[in-house]
Design a protein around this ligand. Structure first.
Ligand code: 6R9
Length: 658
């Protein structure tokens, strides 16, 4: 990393936990010591937070590394842990899900309701011939049935593969085929941006090319007409008429729980496989530890979609295994108005909010007057996930959503890690805006150089995980070689360093002088300018720290003199003037602002003021497309783009030059 860029490390603001939270925190600093003393004993205690039908014999079997087995010999049922045990403890009437449809319709689903529906769905799936080990694809909007479908699969030992409802027929086809799914669970559609958005036609198109699919279960949500075939069954005629009696059977700790495909931008998507005991242990523990969840009093809301890993671990398995009350919202944040999220927080008195930097930056762009119009006083903890959060966005979140008081937990993890790995603990850590701080108790992470050598404080390189963890991916579905190659072979031919297996996360990172970790984006997004490594994240953060910029994306474009040159795309905040003379002035000011913050080497060659940025459907910026624009190429594959009109907007609405 270039020394000129040591600047982000000069972010010196630090925020200790509120005294009251620290005094009552679920997890205190002792956890770090306990885990450091005996990591496996620590995880064994966390596994003990769950109900096991049969205890494990060995905590970790690493004899066939890097193919891990956790809690070997143990048996449990995931749905039993998320539902039955709460109902048996007398919490049947407790609200599990306050569901809010986009049009404003609502449902209150108690633990007893969720249990009954899950038992019915388990019986219906069994009736359709699904048995333990079969794969079931789930392609649903954000309705309670999405959680029910997942839990019903878990209950009968079927492996679910949730495909995000925004994906195309091709993407769905590939995923169904890769896993040879036997059943697809879908809906007629869902509501998005104020109107029904159909799902069933996409499934029909996919199923036509997927001979493995024997049945399609269809939830009625929008009431729109759908085509019907012999494989189709209405959910309300099949599930809701099935018996509500179902005894959950225990499965092996290593029984496959789900496959989730990572949204590879270029390559074939990877089916990340997660199993039962270790996954639930860590999803459950991290919900308890990182969100300080108090199931009796908290109202938790994670704004992710169930189609992403965040929805799996922090809407379904983590919160429900802890007996939480949560909000589930079907739609978009600006339908019917830009205050919709804050209206939901206010209405349900949400106490814990977990969202993504892309949303926070969007809210910044819309202006702080919008959250100021709602009563957000119920909130007590804020979380962020999905991308590096720029220090200014972090501060904005704390200031305008968190009353300038609330802890913000910046949680780093991946589909592959299954659960949160690096994050502040809200009752312990003095958080620095923009840093995920350090690994959680029981997790060992490091930043290493090209040779895999640990870098000293102040240094930068690649983020690695040096010890196995309970919710780690077990393999890539059907492709052990690719699993070894992608995650375990970065450093050296033997795929490992000495006898230590090192997991390569694919993210750039650095350690500050205190040893705290700063994530710098995917390593593919690091630019090489005149021989200096410059991270896109750092330049983006510098831009966002200017009062006129709400969001920025930075790419390296081929340059005859410098190798790569920095090209930035910036969305102005609120009322900033962007055209003509004033626009030019703003651009000049921004270029100087970056040079001042990070050093002259990081001064962008070009800044374009744009109305929008291209994002994947999970909200991550697609820098690849911006590189196409910056290098005047025609656009590559745009199928994973959330809104394809964005690229037209960018190309036509671009202002700015050198
Ligand atoms: C949970 C999730 C994983 C990638 C990961 C990294 C980025 C996620 C982050 C973060 C910086 C954070 N990422 N959280 N970067 N700070 N707090 O998003 O999973 O969709 O698989 O993406 O997201 O680049 O490698 P997934």
């Amino acid at each position: 990393m270039s020394e000129a860029l040591a600047n982000l490390l000069n972010e010196t603001r630090q925020f200790p936990p509120p005294a009251e939270l620290a005094a009552n925190a679920n997890v205190t600093a002792v956890a770090y010591e306990e885990a450091a003393g005996d990591r496996l004993a620590f995880w064994e205690r966390q596994a003990g937070r769950l109900a096991w039908a049969q205890p494990w014999e060995q905590v970790l079997d690493w004899s066939n590394a890097p193919f891990a087995k956790w809690f070997t010999g143990g048996r449990l049922n995931v749905a039993y842990n998320c539902l039955d045990r709460h109902v048996e403890a007398g919490l049947g009437d407790k609200v599990a899900i306050h569901w809010e449809g986009e049009p404003g319709d609502t449902r209150t689903v108690t633990y007893a309701d969720l249990h009954r529906l899950t038992c019915q769905a388990a019986n219906a799936l069994t009736e359709l011939g699904v048995t333990a080990g079969d794969r079931v694809a789930i392609y649903l909007p954000m309705i309670p049935e999405a959680a029910v479908a997942m839990l019903a699969c878990a209950r009968i030992g079927a492996t679910h593969s949730v495909v995000f409802g925004g994906f195309s027929a091709d993407a769905l086809t590939n995923r169904i085929q890769d896993a040879s799914a036997k059943v697809v669970i879908t809906a007629d559609g869902g509501f998005r941006r104020g109107k029904p958005s159909a799902l069933k036609p996409t499934v029909d198109e996919a199923v036509a090319n997927c001979p493995s699919v024997e049945h399609v279960l269809v939830v009625r949500r929008t009431g729109e007409e759908v085509a019907w075939s012999a494989k189709d069954h209405w959910w309300h005629e099949t599930v809701e008429t099935a018996s509500p009696e179902h005894e959950a059977q225990a499965f092996d700790a290593e029984h496959p729980l789900f496959i989730l495909y990572t949204s590879g931008t270029t390559a074939r998507p990877k089916g990340i496989l997660h199993t039962t005991g270790g996954y639930l242990t860590q999803a459950s523990y991290t919900t308890h530890a990182v969100f300080d969840l108090k199931p009796e009093t908290d109202v938790y809301w994670c704004t992710a979609d169930i189609g992403w890993v965040t929805g799996h671990s922090y809407i379904v398995y983590g919160p429900l295994s802890n007996g939480a009350t949560q909000v589930m919202y079907e739609g978009t944040p600006d339908t019917p108005h830009k205050g919709r999220f804050w209206e939901v927080v206010d209405k349900y008195k949400v106490t814990i909010l977990y969202t993504a930097p892309t949303l926070i930056r969007t809210m910044m762009k819309w202006g702080e007057d919008i959250p100021a119009g709602y009563d957000l006083s119920s909130l007590r903890l804020l979380g962020s996930v999905g991308e590096p959060i720029n220090p200014e966005a972090w501060i904005w979140y704390r200031q305008h959503v968190g009353r300038g008081e609330l802890p913000v937990v910046d949680t780093w993890w991946q589909t592959e890690t299954g659960a949160i790995m690096i994050s502040p603990l809200p009752g312990v850590t003095e958080a620095k805006p923009g840093s995920a701080m350090g690994p959680l108790p029981g997790i060992v992470a490091d930043v290493v150089d090209d040779q895999g050598q640990s870098v000293p404080n102040g240094g930068g390189g690649y983020l690695v995980l040096t010890e196995p963890w309970p919710s780690m991916l077990r393999t890539i579905w059907g492709d052990d070689d690719r699993f070894l190659e992608t995650y375990w072979s970065r450093f050296g031919a033997g795929a490992n360093l000495g006898d230590e297996w090192v997991y390569f996360a694919g993210d750039g990172a650095k350690k500050d002088d205190d040893g705290h970790i700063w994530l710098l984006g995917r390593v593919d997004d690091v630019m090489l300018v005149s021989g200096h490594n410059i991270s896109t994240t750092e330049v983006e953060s510098a831009l966002v720290s200017h009062p006129s910029v709400a969001e920025a994306a930075v790419v390296g474009a081929t340059d005859p003199t410098t190798g790569q040159a920095i090209v930035a795309f910036a969305i102005p905040r609120g009322s900033a003037e962007t055209s003509g003379e004033q626009g030019e002035q703003l651009i000049a000011e921004l270029r100087n602002h970056v040079a001042k913050a990070l050093g002259p080497i990081a001064k962008p060659r070009q800044i374009m003021l744009v109305p929008e940025l291209p994002k994947t459907r999970s909200g991550k910026i697609m820098r690849r497309l911006l590189r196409d624009v910056a290098e005047n190429r025609s656009l590559g594959d745009v199928t994973t783009l959330q809104d394809s009109s964005v690229m037209d907007l960018i190309s036509s609405g671009m202002s700015g030059g050198k």
